[in-house]
Write a protein that binds this ligand. Structure first.
Ligand code: TYD
Length: 167
């Protein structure tokens, strides 16, 4: 058994359909613990970096528009789950990439669809393997945003501007 962390994104179609509660409930059945969460407005830069391995696919440009929220709402919920075999456990409840082929009881099987343009609107993203989960968690989160980290961290002194509520 290996302790892993995995990134889950509730994509803009999941947000537009108010499925966050349903999805988090399904993920709770894995027994994994939630160690980070935030709502993100996805920039083109983040979208292209996240899906860099699919750069040459013919659906890449639609995929980028989709994750940026061009077809739904401009929000995704990013979550990090931790526990033994977290990656496989989450992929199991999430289901196959193609919502038509996903188990009907999986998240994608229940809530996903394929558009007439052929984009898989499959509601959630879940990291595929350990290499990807590390890359993705480091792309989407700062160490301070997670209540537990499994990857080494270091402190650096930085000069920065912070925003506060106006008094
Ligand atoms: P991929 O990383 O292969 O799958 P997964 O999300 O299950 O790890 O693909 C990323 C996303 O690209 C996928 O969730 C939906 C989209 N996609 C399509 O729209 N059409 C396709 O034929 C494939 C393979 C993926």
């Amino acid at each position: 058994m290996t302790k892993q962390q995995t990134l889950v994104l509730i994509k803009p179609d999941g947000m537009a359909k108010f499925l966050t509660g349903n999805i988090i409930t399904e993920l709770a059945d894995t027994g994994l613990i939630l160690v980070g969460s935030k709502v993100v407005q996805v920039t083109r830069e983040l979208a292209e970096e996240h899906y860099q391995h699919l750069r040459d696919e013919k659906f890449f440009s639609e995929l980028i528009d989709y994750i940026m929220g061009e077809f739904h709402v401009k929000r995704v919920l990013a979550l990090v789950y931790q526990g033994d075999n977290a990656i496989e456990k989450v992929r199991h409840v999430v289901g196959s990439t193609d919502p038509e082929k996903a188990e009907p009881t999986s998240i994608r099987g229940k809530f996903g669809r394929i558009t007439k343009e052929g984009v898989f609107e499959n509601v959630v993203h879940a990291s595929e393997n350990e290499k990807e989960s590390e890359r993705e968690i480091k792309l989407w989160f700062r160490p301070k945003e997670l209540v537990r980290t499994i990857f080494p961290t270091e402190s650096k002194e930085v000069k920065k501007v912070e925003y506060f509520w106006k008094s």
